[in-house]
Design a protein around this ligand. Structure first.
Ligand code: GLU
Length: 318
């Protein structure tokens, strides 16, 4: 069965931009009879806040989003939790080591900034210069805790047909470079966990912000190396402030938990999300389920969405 997913990172509160992405994932899945799973991406250990997990779940429910069965533990509709799935990531790493697709790397961020080549994609770090890449499986390992495992990408073109952005191309070696799939402390990276989980959960459609487009090519490379199926992608436009920058604190407080506390009706947010997505003609308040029959990727507004603080604070005052 086709499956979509909601994948919040509990590194802080969920904002308006997250709400819009979750609603689009929900509408897409529900309008095409897909299963939808909830996965909490809590492996980014130093940045994860324990309160943010339940808050993200409460935000989703408040928006009127529901999801299908999770793992057996925790009862029906419980989310998948990445920190409980680390043995799967360990096993994938072992396979990549055995296939010589990774190498231990003790370069610092600064080393790469100094020697790497300029990023190809906006907002990406410098491309890894290959300093530690001559290591072969069987060579001695550096001392534990001093290195991360870095994945070797191939020098070949990859093409994806994104449901929102259309045809997108990338040569992973030229445009991305080898990337870490563990941290020096041994924890697994988002990239590895995401690919292993999407395959294990049968995720066929990934809906997320278009800032993650470069990572789609990383994920395809990893999926191919692990002989896992590729997903379809829908990278949706981000919400920006009037200054053209990605919506952030400086543009005002758009935490969903704040709207909830202040008595803003979730239908207000949903109506706004449907309207800015190009699914409705007005921002009339609506429930999430009312929008399901109106959804089609072909209708989606492909432009970045600009919000003004007056608009979002107005929801609180109304
Ligand atoms: N957990 C990520 C986020 O909240 C999304 C990652 C993904 O969808 O692949 O931004």
């Amino acid at each position: 069965m086709s499956t979509g997913r909601l994948a919040p990172s509990p590194t802080g509160a969920q904002h308006l931009g997250n709400a819009r992405t979750y609603l689009l994932a929900y509408w897409s899945a529900r309008s095409t009879g897909k299963k939808l799973i909830l996965r909490i991406e809590d492996i980014d250990s130093p940045r994860v806040k324990s309160w943010a997990i339940q808050q993200a779940i409460d935000d989703l429910r408040w928006l009127g989003i529901d999801w299908d069965e999770g793992p057996d533990v925790g009862g029906p509709h419980s989310p998948y939790i990445q920190t409980e799935r680390q043995s799967l990531y360990a096993e994938a790493l072992e396979r990549l080591i055995a296939a010589n697709r990774v190498f231990p790397c003790n370069c610092s961020r600064q080393d790469i900034a100094d020697a790497g080549s300029a990023p190809h994609f906006e907002h990406e770090g410098n491309i890894y210069p290959g300093t530690c890449a001559s290591w072969q499986n069987g060579d001695p390992l550096p001392e534990a805790g001093t290195f991360s495992w870095r994945f070797r990408v191939k020098d070949h073109p990859i093409e994806i047909d994104d449901l929102v952005l259309g045809n997108q191309n990338c040569n992973p070696a030229a445009h991305l470079g080898a990337f870490p799939i563990t941290q020096k402390n041994g924890s697994y990276s988002y990239h590895l966990a995401c690919v292993v989980d999407d395959a294990a959960m049968g995720v066929s459609e990934v809906v997320r912000g278009d800032d993650l487009l470069p990572s789609a090519f990383r994920h395809i490379e990893l999926a191919d190396a692990l002989e896992l199926p590729r997903s379809h992608y829908a990278h949706v436009p981000l919400i920006k402030g009037p200054d053209g920058r990605r919506l952030a604190k400086r543009h005002g407080d758009t935490r969903l938990s704040l709207y909830r506390e202040q008595g803003v009706a979730p239908e207000t947010i949903v109506g706004w999300a449907a309207f800015t997505a190009g699914l409705t003609d007005t921002a009339t308040p609506r429930s999430a389920d009312e929008v399901v029959p109106l959804f089609a990727w072909s209708k989606l507004n492909r432009n970045a969405i600009v919000v003004h603080e007056q608009e979002t604070t107005g929801w609180i005052r109304d």
